[in-house]
Design a protein around this ligand. Structure first.
Ligand SMILES: Cc1cc2nc3c(=O)[nH]c(=O)nc-3n(C[C@H](O)[C@H](O)[C@H](O)COP(=O)(O)OP(=O)(O)OC[C@H]3O[C@@H](n4cnc5c(N)ncnc54)[C@H](O)[C@@H]3O)c2cc1C
Length: 418
């Protein structure tokens, strides 16, 4: 099973020796959205997106659950809460404009046991404070009206939550950028960004480019690029791999939309859920296993530099001490599809090993503080002409167009952020 419809090669023959108005590092959905926002505000700017892979959208953007989140989970007033709500509206409008298929299939967050009710209450409070449209509280009968195959004692129903292929959205963004004269350059890894007389020198695989503004949206490599460019070492990115299983054809019919558990409120992950995809497939997952490579396609993949950075970071050890039980559950699910299926069968009874097949995985770029805090909110670190996005985990795909507006506002706002 392939993750998404991502991604065709983009522009190759571009002159990067001349001075540009703006360089965006990273051809994921966020970098592409930032480049689009820059073009919308500055018709005459020379702008380039530099992506190190041969194709755009090959990392988180092309390997996720494909959910347009409505904004339930996030602390009211946080960047995530504000950007998710507005971003979801912008995302739907973009899909309409570019004929990218999407659907508002709705979502249930289901409490199975009484001890989960307090956490469900808190999610309801947050959802209402964040202005999630149409949010309803349901009892067991009510949730079965929405998802007849589901079970639980109570649920939150968010009818506005939707699904889309974010890889396809990234393709649409890249096509719009190319049409509007923005160069999207692949096979062009950036190694350093240095301040240079009121502008920045960007060193990359094709040489050096001077730019008046630089935005780095490097996902799982964002800390490494920031540190190489003189920024603080904290927070470090620690990779958490999310694996999915797919439901086989007959079992798919049992699921109408999206079914999520009540998540552990101390973690920024939403728990393994059941997700209908825009192409009709149904996924179980993702897991959240701390791994040894930032592009780990397999649970046991290791890259020496990635493992070294993860192990050398004091925050990693603090995460291990605090969440070792959760880590063991994750290891169990990585080792055994049976344990994985059992986790989903809690709220989709009758699910068995015979119903599932292997699917794909994606690696979350999760920023971790020195003391082991899994940083929840988006983190934007501006230094003069350069802005590093240091944490853009879920729901950053949903929020990307609104977050791009915020980033470009901050670039323009010299008084506050200069
Ligand atoms: C398993 C999983 C499930 C998720 N589910 C959802 C969901 O349902 N809904 C949602 O809204 N969000 C979801 N997310 C989160 C979402 O996918 C990410 O927040 C979003 O894709 C981040 O986009 P990005 O552009 O910052 O990162 P990425 O897509 O990772 O892109 C970063 C890009 O930067 C490039 N790059 C890195 N370093 C360099 C360099 N030095 N030079 C040049 N290029 C570089 C990389 O090659 C990559 O293409 C999920 C994520 C995962 C992993």
């Amino acid at each position: 099973m392939t993750p998404s419809s991502a991604a065709s090669p983009a522009t190759a023959d571009v002159d990067l020796e001349r001075e540009l108005d703006a360089v965006v590092v990273g051809g994921g959905i966020l970098g592409l959205a930032v480049a689009r926002e820059l073009r919308r505000r500055h018709e005459d700017w020379r702008i380039a997106v530099l992506e190190r892979e041969p194709r755009i959208a090959t990392h988180q953007t092309g390997r996720n659950s494909g959910v347009i989140h409505a904004g339930i989970y996030y602390a009211p007033g946080s960047l995530k809460a504000r950007m998710c709500r507005t971003g979801a509206e912008r995302m739907v409008a973009l899909c309409e404009r570019h004929d990218v298929p999407y659907e508002r299939c709705g979502k249930l967050i289901v409490a199975i046991e009484r001890h989960e009710l307090d956490a469900l209450d808190e999610l309801e409070r947050r959802g209402r404070a964040n202005g999630v449209p149409g949010l309803r509280r349901l009892d067991g009968d009510g949730l079965r009206e929405v998802e007849p195959a589901g079970t639980g004692i109570a649920a939150l129903h968010s009818p506005a939550t939707g699904i889309v292929d974010f890889g396809a959205v990234a393709q649409a963004l890249a096509a719009e950028l190319t049409r509007d004269g923005v160069d999207v350059v692949t096979d062009c890894a950036v190694t350093r960004i240095e301040a240079d007389r009121g502008a920045a020198r960007v060193t990359h695989a094709r040489g050096v480019t001077r730019a008046r503004h630089v935005v780095a949206c490097a996902g799982a490599w964002s800390d490494r690029l920031a540190v190489a460019s003189g920024a603080d070492v904290a927070p470090r990115i620690v990779p958490f791999r999310g694996a999915y299983l797919g439901l086989r054809a007959p079992a798919r019919e049992r699921v109408r939309g999206l079914i999520y558990p009540v998540p552990d409120p101390s973690l920024p992950f939403l728990g393994v859920h059941v997700t209908r995809r825009i192409d009709g497939r149904v996924l179980l997952g993702p897991t959240a296993l701390l791994v040894g490579a930032r592009d780990a396609r397999r649970a046991w993949s290791v890259r020496t530099a990635d493992l070294r950075d993860t192990l050398a970071w004091p925050g990693t050890w603090a995460v291990g001490r605090r969440w070792w039980r959760t880590g063991l559950d994750e290891l169990r699910m990585a080792a055994s599809p049976r344990a994985f299926v059992r986790a989903c069968a809690r709220y989709l009874p009758g699910l068995s090993l015979a119903d599932v097949e292997p699917a794909f995985s994606g690696v979350r770029a999760q920023a971790v503080g020195r003391g082991g805090d899994l940083i929840d909110d988006f983190v934007l670190d501006r230094r003069g002409p350069v802005l590093h996005v240091r944490n853009a985990p879920s729901p950053a795909a949903t929020a990307s167009l609104a977050l791009a507006e915020e980033i470009v506002d901050r670039l323009a706002d010299d008084a506050r952020y200069g």
